[in-house]
Design a protein around this ligand. Structure first.
Ligand code: ADP
Ligand code: MN
Ligand code: MN
Ligand code: MN
Ligand code: MN
Length: 354
């Protein structure tokens, strides 16, 4: 493909200035049958102040791998509202849960049970922070900034890099960061990663169900921003085989007990419980995660649970400053970049608090 599929943002800006005559555009976003995101728009004639004012809607689930063709209607039930950074003004993004015709959650809907579990453990005030790594590709399928048909120099100079010869895609990263802040996503930082063309953003701390909501919307915004630049985002955990770092979603976790004086006890207790259910965790820690959790490239091996202070080759790491202060949080380094955060936060709470 040689013709860049890129937005003409300057021309578009002219139309986005036009009056909306009191109408509001609501972009309904949902998770599809392939762990991707889909969205479509509806016009509202009022400005919603509460989620309950938004209509339930539906879509053709046979086109998204979420329903059979002969019973294809999947219901969209609004779950969270964000501001729309692309349309601006009073326009909104609506994160929606998917339900089948008979009222049961669609098989892709892991938010439903996660929300229930978080409600049950609300008094523990579970906080999460997820470090989302991702890789940028051009429309020819080449990692952004890599020489055509070849490879860049070996890893070393790219992590947190500055300079046109080592840092590729900063425009997208900056635009996405601001879009998240505008939308109301709790983004807490960004950095360039070890593999050139790979980046990370952090979302958190978020309490309970908010973690999944904010991470999914941050991903949606990244896809949309990259679309403007004619660039494609990959959340695959090992996008390039060989001596290149994979992409993860380190999941940082704490409860109120862990954050209080001597919380380190509660941290070790949670690690002990999580370690006993390693296989159940790995089962929801992402497709193709075996390609990434090799015990090399700053990972622990997929078949063996381990933990340690400041150890980036372990399954779970206790940050040095938390060990020193005797309280804080733990970092589960196993989750892959393509996780469903509802499933990951679910299993962590289930293992450590049940
Ligand atoms: P790393 O050193 O592993 O690269 P980052 O700075 O990228 O760590 O990410 C740390 C994440 O941990 C952030 O998303 C932050 O919001 C989150 N975090 C900080 N404190 C807590 C806490 N008490 N509980 C849960 N998450 C936390
Ligand atoms: Mn139609
Ligand atoms: Mn990080
Ligand atoms: Mn990282
Ligand atoms: Mn980390």
């Amino acid at each position: 493909m040689s013709l860049a599929n890129k937005s003409n943002t300057q021309t578009l800006a002219k139309y986005l200035q036009l009056e909306q005559n009191g109408k509001i555009q609501a972009e309904y976003v949902w998770i599809d049958g392939n762990s991707g995101l889909r969205s479509k728009t509806t016009t509202l004639d009022f400005k919603p102040s509460n989620i309950s004012e938004l209509k339930e809607w539906n879509f053709d689930g046979s086109s998204t791998n979420q329903a059979p063709g002969d019973n294809s209607d999947v219901l969209l039930r609004p779950a969270a509202i964000f501001k729309d950074p692309f349309r601006g003004g009073d326009n909104i993004i609506v994160l929606a849960e998917c339900y089948n015709n008979d009222g049961t959650p669609n098989r892709t809907n892991h938010r439903h049970s996660c929300a229930k579990l978080m409600e049950t453990h609300a008094e523990s005030h579970p906080w999460f922070g997820i470090e989302q790594e991702y890789t940028l590709f051009d429309l020819d399928g080449q990692v952004l900034g890599w020489p055509k048909g070849g490879f860049p120099g070996p890893q070393g100079p790219y992590y947190c890099s500055v300079g046109a010869n080592v840092s590729f895609g900063r425009d997208i990263v900056e635009a996405h960061y601001r879009a998240c802040l505008y939308a109301g996503v709790t983004i807490s930082g960004v950095n360039a990663e070890v593999m050139p063309g790979q980046w990370e953003f952090q979302v958190g701390p978020c309490e309970g169900i908010d973690m999944g909501d904010h991470l999914w919307i941050a991903r949606y915004l990244l896809h949309r921003v990259a679309e403007d630049f004619g660039v494609v985002v990959s959340f695959h955990p090992k996008p390039i085989k060989g001596d290149w770092n994979g992409a993860g979603c380190h999941t940082n976790f704490s409860t109120q007990a862990m954050r209080e004086e001597n919380g380190i006890k509660a941290i070790y207790d949670a690690i002990d419980k999580m370690g006993k259910r390693h296989a159940e965790h790995i089962a929801v820690y992402g497709e193709d995660n075996d390609q990434r959790l090799t015990g090399r490239h700053e990972t622990g091996h997929i078949s063996q649970f381990s933990f340690g202070v400041a150890n980036r080759g372990a399954s779970i790491r206790i940050p040095r400053h938390c060990a020193a202060e005797g309280k804080g949080y733990l970092e589960d380094r196993r989750p892959a970049s393509n996780i469903d955060p509802y499933r990951v936060t679910h299993v962590i709470v289930e293992s450590s608090l049940a």
